[in-house]
Design a protein around this ligand. Structure first.
Ligand code: ADP
Ligand code: ZN
Ligand code: MG
Length: 479
């Protein structure tokens, strides 16, 4: 019998708010100068008092509503006690017994809970053996989401994390950029041959979707290998070394009673259901179309594959551009489909080649106007240009940009217009036949494959402008 892997995720996301979780310092996740947004509260000075940020609470409630979870009636704040330089108070304010949200699901994966807490400061260790602490991050509102152990491979874990990221962005609850540490994924992994779960390990430091998938798959293999050789999996926290593609031991796992959780006496308990600002009825109105609903709509309305729908989900400017082209094309299904093909292959690669990041790409998306793009689509559909000619036209349109990118002018100037004039084509064919006596003889003696060579000669002679079907038809006629 083979091993069945089990995975549960714990995902932290920094929330988008004007100020920090318990003080009025700016929540600026792009600040690069250290220790700029700090005050006695978020530096953990004794005698200071925390004040709850309502926007952060609203963000988490909206997340809860979007995933179909239960919003707590009653909630409180707890102190999680531990010693570390990045938490000088000696405890982190979090929610232990009464999370804001319980239950819910994304992509069929059940969510255990979503709660709110404060982020810690950020430690960096320099080459001189010194450790530096930056408190800009200390006290940022941080959401933690925990899933049930119901995932079975790295790929599904990534699909979940990607949709969670989309949701955070759609609700404007957080930017959730993994490279910036705004969304941090921890994966709990175990394997077992029976219905009883095996001992799990927890993998941290996963700062890209790729590492999430690779680390999970690596850890599954490592555990199976251990068990197969008669050894045991030890419950521990492991890191991910991206360069080596391996997990490594960080520390033997602490358990929750080590933290001596207790309700924070400095903060009020909250009866969520009695606070009008937090009412589900009011907050539901602020929830836009959810990413998975939009995905389904796009797939249905535009006959898209899931990957293409996801591309549009993540790149809304590109979708708007596509929608405008469809509108320009009278929302014709066939024409929209052609537009889609040229957009997601040719146009996107042109945009990617000349722009280094996604912000630049978004900014340059209108380099070819919607009108000119739609015009090219009509030329392709009407066989005015061949697909090769269309690609070349598009490239020049992109180089010229703006008003100069009229596809008709460009295709004419560069000889990309397909010739349908049979008389014209017949002259070319006759000339090729007379110049290629040997090949013609071969064709006549039954070697039909040489016809492709002759058609090639015809395309060459017309610089690719002859319609290939007409060319073939006339060759057959004259031979
Ligand atoms: P702990 O007390 O060690 O933190 P929890 O029960 O709080 O464990 O679960 C933490 C995360 O680990 C959750 O996402 C949960 O789904 C997952 N998890 C729990 N048990 C297992 C297991 N045996 N294998 C894989 N994941 C697990
Ligand atoms: Zn502060
Ligand atoms: Mg736990």
């Amino acid at each position: 019998m083979s091993y069945k892997p089990t995975i549960g995720l714990e995902i932290h996301a920094e929330l988008k708010t004007a100020s920090k979780m318990f003080c009025s310092c700016k929540n600026d996740q792009n600040e690069t100068r250290p220790n700029v947004n700090v005050c006695p509260v978020c530096m953990g000075h004794p005698g200071t008092l925390p004040v709850i940020n309502k926007q952060a609470v609203k963000n988490v409630i909206k997340m809860g509503l979007a995933v179909g979870g239960k919003i707590a009636d009653f909630t409180e704040w707890d102190r999680k006690n531990y010693f570390y330089p990045d938490i000088p108070k000696g405890y982190q304010i979090t929610q232990y017994k009464y999370p804001l949200v319980s239950g819910g699901q994304i992509d069929g994966i059940e969510i255990t809970r979503i709660h709110l807490e404060e982020d810690t400061a950020k430690s960096t260790h320099d080459t001189g053996g010194r450790s530096l602490v930056d408190f800009n991050r200390s006290g940022l509102p941080l959401m933690e989401l925990v899933t049930e152990p119901v995932i079975h491979n790295g790929k599904d874990a990534v699909l979940f994390a990607k949709d969670l990221q989309r949701l955070l962005r759609y609700l404007e609850a957080g930017d959730a950029n993994m490279e910036k540490g705004q969304m941090r994924v921890e994966a709990n992994i175990s394997v077992s041959k029976t219905d009883t779960f095996g001992t799990k390990t927890e993998v941290k430091n996963l700062n890209s979707f790729k590492s999430v998938e690779k680390a999970i798959d690596y850890e599954i293999k490592r555990q199976i290998k251990l068990l197969d050789s008669g050894e045991k999996v030890i419950q521990e926290t492991r890191g991910w070394d991206d360069a080596k593609g391996e997990t490594y031991l960080q520390r033997v796992k602490e358990s929750s009673h080590d933290y001596r959780y207790f309700p924070d006496p400095d903060l009020p308990k909250m009866m969520i259901s009695e606070i009008p600002e937090f009412s589900a009825d009011n907050l539901s109105k602020e929830i836009p179309e959810l990413p998975w609903a939009k995905r389904e709509r796009l797939m249905k309305d535009f006959d898209l594959k899931e990957v293409d729908a996801d591309l549009f989900l993540d790149f809304s400017e590109f979708f708007v551009y596509f929608e405008q082209i469809c509108y320009e094309l009278g929302n014709d299904k066939k024409l929209s489909k052609i537009a889609l093909n040229y957009l997601i292959t040719d146009y996107l690669s042109l945009l990617k080649k000349s722009n280094t990041n996604s912000a630049d790409i978004a900014e340059n998306i209108n380099k070819i106007s919607v009108t000119n793009f739609a015009k090219l689509v009509k030329m392709i559909s009407g066989a005015v240009v061949s697909s090769r000619g269309a690609k070349d036209t598009l490239k020049i349109m992109f180089e010229k940009g703006g008003e100069d990118s009229d596809p008709e002018v460009i295709a004419k100037e560069n000889g990309f217009i397909q010739t349908h004039d049979e008389g014209e084509i017949e002259k070319t064919v006759a000339k090729i036949i007379s110049e290629n006596e040997k090949v013609v003889a071969e064709y006549k003696s039954g070697k039909e494959s040489v016809l492709q060579f002759l058609i090639g000669q015809g395309m060459k002679a017309t610089k690719g402008s002859a319609n290939p079907e007409i060319l073939m038809k006339i060759f057959k006629k004259l031979l």
